[in-house]
Design a protein around this ligand. Structure first.
Ligand code: SAM
Length: 281
């Protein structure tokens, strides 16, 4: 079953959080000259037109990136993220395009870095391939993303980041994410693993936290931004990023910018945020 299309959600509050964390991790990796490997297991198409009918139908970006678009005095880290999206919009005033995770990464990678993007959707995969055909250091495969942690780790660079961003259409995804991190970690314990998660039913999300807690893996940070308190009604109330082996600056950076993001992305005042260790060092 592959009915999920990210174009409906591109640029929403969850993308904003995910992509800021992604940018910060890559910036931190770039502090060393040596190249690194970036694996994007669930890549989507990489570039989204916000004025096409899928995005317009839900207009989720209006409660995400659009709320940051014309702001002045953004915290420095948020400003750099908005700058990436502005460049994609040809520096224009109008917000017309949004970058998916592969494009955010592609703009930050250096010649010595390398990326693999995997996507399974029959319509989205050719779009992804087309969007990245001009990048010499980025390859694209129509493969199961979870399998890539087994198939491609450890990377020859011995430095790297794996972004795991499944659609959670299937309940199994909650367990598959934990298994994938365990598989990856067995092969490449010094790698950074960043996992996006939604909070729809808190019980489901807790399965991931518990699974990781029981895995024996140390140094797992959880970053969450909620629009409203947990609920048993339909719909996502919050989303977060779990980062294994986070760069040391990430915790401080996120604690600095999350109060701002919560205030701006949730103007109705029902939002809250947290940065907590699932397992410390
Ligand atoms: N990471 C993207 C971003 O931030 O721009 C968004 C990815 S979207 C949440 C999830 C994507 O995973 C969808 O495009 C879906 O088609 C794809 N997908 C679903 N199952 C997959 C699998 N097992 N392997 C690879 N891709 C998969």
């Amino acid at each position: 079953m592959l009915s999920y299309r990210h174009s409906f959600h591109a640029g929403n509050h969850a993308d904003v959080l995910k992509h800021i964390v992604l940018m910060l991790i890559i910036e931190n990796l770039k502090q060393k000259e040596k190249g690194f490997y970036y694996l994007d297991t669930h890549a989507g198409v990489g570039r989204y037109r916000l004025f096409d009918e899928t995005a317009e139908k839900t207009a989720e970006f209006k409660e995400g990136i659009a709320r940051l678009w014309e702001r002045e005095n953004l915290p420095e880290e948020v400003r750099r993220y908005v700058q990436i999206i502005k460049r994609l919009n040809y520096g224009g005033k109008e917000l017309r395009y949004y970058a998916g995770s592969p494009l955010i990464a592609a703009g930050l990678l250096r010649a010595q870095d390398r990326a693999l993007l995997t996507e399974l959707h029959p319509t989205d995969f050719p779009l992804l391939r087309n969007n990245f055909k001009q990048y010499a250091n980025i390859s694209v495969k129509r493969e199961d993303g979870f399998q890539q942690l087994k198939a491609t780790l450890p990377p020859k660079e011995r430095r790297g980041l794996v972004l795991i961003d499944p659609p959670y259409e299937l309940k199994e995804d909650y367990d598959l994410t934990v298994k994938a991190i365990e598989e990856g970690y067995k092969r490449f314990a010094t790698g950074i693993y960043a996992l996006w998660y939604p909070v729809v039913l808190r019980q489901q999300t807790k399965r991931i936290f518990k699974g990781l807690e029981n895995s024996g893996i140390r140094k797992i940070l959880k970053i969450e931004l909620a629009l409203r308190p947990d609920s048993d009604q339909r719909g996502m109330t919050a989303s977060g990023m779990i980062v294994v082996n986070p760069p040391w600056q990430l915790e401080t950076q996120m604690k600095k910018i999350l109060p701002y993001l919560t205030e701006v992305l949730v103007p109705q005042g029902t939002g809250h945020w947290s940065v907590q260790w699932i397992t410390p060092e």
